[in-house]
Design a protein. Structure first.
Length: 120
C-alpha cells in the first residue's frame, strides 16, 4: 500500500513597504477576498515587528480591527476593537475578553523592505 504525500504550498504576497506602516497603528489590506489588518510595533527587543490578523471583528462582524487601539496586556501585544473594545492578541488571535472569540493570525516577514504575508 502506498501513502500519498501532501505538501502545503506556501505563497508570500507583498503587501506594502515597511516604511509605509506607522508604528503603533494598523492598516487594512485586501488579499484575494480576505481582509487583513497589519500592525507595526516599534521598540521591541527584536526591533520593529509586524503582525497580521484578520480585519473582521468577530463580535460585531465589521471589518474594523485595523482601526483599533494598539497596546499590550501584561506584555502581550493586542488591538482593541473600535466597536465593543474587546482586545485581540496580535500573536495568537485570541480574544482576551471573550475566550470563545478569536481571529486568524497570518505569518509576516520583511524582505528587501517589503512586508509580505503568507498565503496558504
Amino acid at each position: 500500500m502506498s501513502q500519498a504525500v501532501v505538501t502545503k504550498l506556501t505563497t508570500w504576497q507583498a503587501v506594502c513597504r515597511l516604511d509605509q506602516l506607522q508604528p503603533g497603528r494598523g492598516v487594512a489590506a485586501l488579499l484575494g477576498d480576505r481582509q487583513i489588518a497589519l500592525f507595526r510595533l516599534a521598540d521591541t527587543p527584536e526591533g520593529d515587528t509586524v503582525h497580521a490578523i484578520d480585519n473582521v471583528d468577530p463580535c460585531s462582524g465589521a471589518a474594523v480591527l485595523s482601526r483599533g487601539i494598539v497596546g499590550d496586556r501584561k506584555g502581550e501585544p493586542v488591538v482593541a476593537s473600535p466597536i465593543y473594545k474587546q482586545a485581540f492578541s496580535l500573536v495568537t488571535g485570541r480574544c482576551l475578553d471573550e475566550p470563545d472569540q478569536g481571529v486568524a493570525v497570518h505569518a509576516v516577514r520583511v524582505e528587501d523592505g517589503w512586508v509580505q504575508v503568507e498565503l496558504g
